[in-house]
Design a protein around this ligand. Structure first.
Ligand code: G6P
Ligand code: MG
Length: 216
């Protein structure tokens, strides 16, 4: 039985994955190395600091902690400029309808995002009222693939992990869901998200009745 649905934000509910990618790419450009969309898959769902470490590894650069903090800030400043202009038009197809449908069916809804910018995005897109609980990067100490963010979400909703479903576009997020003991729905391509229980191209391809059939 499904009691709660937990949603990643970037790339699942809103189209911010592209802004993260552009901001990281700009940083890599500035540092003088190529950063591809395929490289970017490794950053999805991963915290800002962990993302920077992966990026520097790709560039083959070793940098001290102080300089790293500056680079992370530089990336975030660019990213914040992009999300400041967001509105409801950047909610991904099917996302709002599915959030509503969950609640209409008595399923609780939580956000489980690694982002420290989640509240800005939810407020700018008008999505805040659709969540019963919001867990973001300001509440967690361990980044995905650690299951912490989803376990905190389940706890906030009073749901047992075995009654929870996670929606994720990132490999790290699917692993976090599985480590939390939750059913996972990959949003994106089956090649990248082969560890998910099921994969759909977007939430426009998802309904509560279909989810219940897959979950059973
Ligand atoms: C999400 C994104 C990642 C991002 C992370 C931290 O999980 O998928 O690409 O690095 O959040 O976001 P923040 O807004 O705190 O830098
Ligand atoms: Mg994501």
């Amino acid at each position: 039985e499904i009691k709660a649905c937990l949603f990643d934000l970037d790339g699942v509910i809103v189209d911010t994955a592209k802004y993260h990618y552009i901001a990281w790419k700009e940083l890599a450009d500035g540092l003088g190395f190529l950063f591809t969309e395929q490289d970017n898959e490794r950053l999805k769902g991963v915290s800002r600091t962990a993302s920077l470490n992966i990026l520097l590894e790709i560039g083959g650069l070793t940098i001290d902690e102080e300089e790293k903090a500056k680079l992370a800030e530089q990336k975030n400043n660019r990213y914040v400029e992009y999300i400041a202009k967001m509105d409801s038009s950047e909610i991904l197809p099917g996302a709002l309808d599915f959030l509503k449908e969950c609640r209409e069916n008595g399923i609780k809804v939580a956000l489980g995002s690694a982002s420290k910018n989640a509240m800005t995005i939810l407020n700018n897109t008008g999505l805040t009222p659709y969540f019963d609980a919001i867990i973001d990067g300001t509440h967690t100490s361990a980044a995905k693939p650690d299951p912490e963010v989803f376990l905190l979400g389940a706890k906030a909703l009073g749901a047992d992990p075995k009654h929870c479903v996670v929606f994720e576009d990132a490999e790290a997020g699917i692993e976090a869901a599985s480590r939390a003991g939750m059913f996972s729905v990959g949003i994106g391509s089956p090649e990248t998200l082969n560890a998910a229980n099921i994969v759909v191209p977007s939430l426009a391809h998802m309904s509560v009745s279909q989810l219940k059939k897959s979950f059973a």
